[in-house]
Design a protein around this ligand. Structure first.
Ligand code: RIB
Ligand code: CA
Length: 316
């Protein structure tokens, strides 16, 4: 086995997921050994197709892509067409992958890989956690084969981005998220508190616009959908690299800082279902006993931006 850290990416391939996939294949110290698609930003047929096609665009057809859950555990699917477009990639068409369609279900393939690597596998979950929760229910010994799970999701003090108090990935399947939070796995969480600081500027995005660079052109064109929403929300002309954060952390942990605390997911309340309830900023009398995850709160934006832009240049 190589001395690179094996990583499995679970993704609801939308635009920022695609940015994360593009970088993941070029970041030092890690090797993407498998990818599973989950419903979320758009329906599973589209997220599966998008993941396959982005992997192919990066020339990485050797990395298998598996199809996972087509609906959340209990709540209805609520796609984010307003962010990623109805196709999930901002309406940007890229060539269809010629890689064979993997017939094995994503959850079974993930468990098999986790057992094969005997506890060395890290999961980077950048969509709703439905596939991971199903793996936990179907294979009760799954946690013992997982080194760490790094998750883009939740919001500690940054408010919600798809309801007043919930972040999209957790809101998308709150029951799955709570299942993961209480699983006992080693969890590192990247909530909106840190990912909303992981921004590429308009000028930085414009450097990707090069005729002879299919990957750069794709990222440049597909970024317009989420960036226009960001602008319309008055947040500025930026591309937010939500899903790149957990994957960049695996290669460059020094870019991020946070703290060990407790995070649980509200699954009962109509008003705040999907909210990540945490004692991260609580006073002593409100602390939970079980510190079940490390929550990242800060990132060195300039260094992250350089690493990400350098990763794109590797395709030229
Ligand atoms: O809240 C941001 C998250 O929701 C990202 O993973 C984005 O891709 C969407 O899935
Ligand atoms: Ca995502």
């Amino acid at each position: 086995m190589s001395n690179l850290r094996p990583v499995w990416i679970d993704t609801d391939t939308g635009v920022d997921d695609a940015f994360a996939l593009v970088s993941s294949f070029q970041l030092s110290g890690i090797e993407v050994v498998g990818i599973s698609a989950v419903c979320g930003n758009v329906e599973i047929e589209k997220t599966f197709r998008n993941a396959r096609n982005v992997v192919s665009l990066c020339g990485k057809e050797n990395v298998p892509v598996y199809k996972g859950a087509e609906k959340p555990l209990i709540v209805p699917l609520s796609p984010a067409y307003n962010v990623h477009g109805e196709d999930g990639l901002g309406g940007v068409v890229i060539p269809e992958s010629k890689a064979p369609i993997e017939k094995e279900n994503a959850v079974d393939a993930l468990y098999k890989k986790a057992k094969e690597l005997n506890g060395e596998l890290t999961i980077a979950a950048v969509g709703p956690l439905t596939n991971i929760a199903i793996a936990l229910y179907k294979y009760p010994d799954f946690p013992k084969y997982i080194k760490e799970i790094v998750i883009m999701g939740g919001s500690i003090a940054a408010g919600g981005n798809c309801s007043t108090s919930a972040e999209f990935n957790i809101y998308g399947d709150p029951h799955a998220a709570q299942t993961v939070m209480k699983s006992g796995m080693s969890i590192t969480l990247f909530p909106l508190d840190v990912t909303l600081k992981a921004l590429l500027s308009r000028e930085e995005i414009d450097t990707l616009k090069k005729e002879d660079d299919a990957v750069g052109q794709f990222c440049y064109k597909s970024s317009e959908a989420p960036m226009s929403l960001f602008r319309n929300l008055g947040l500025g002309d930026y591309m937010c690299l939500h899903d790149t954060c957990p994957i960049a952390y695996l290669s460059h942990p020094e870019l991020f800082s946070g703290k060990k605390c407790s995070v649980y997911v509200e699954t009962q309340s109509k008003l705040s279902i999907g909210r990540t309830v945490s004692d991260c900023f609580a006073h002593s009398e409100y602390l939970f006993k079980n510190k079940n995850c490390t929550v990242m709160l800060n990132v060195d934006r300039d260094k992250l931006a350089k690493i990400v832009l350098d990763s794109f240049k590797a395709y030229v």
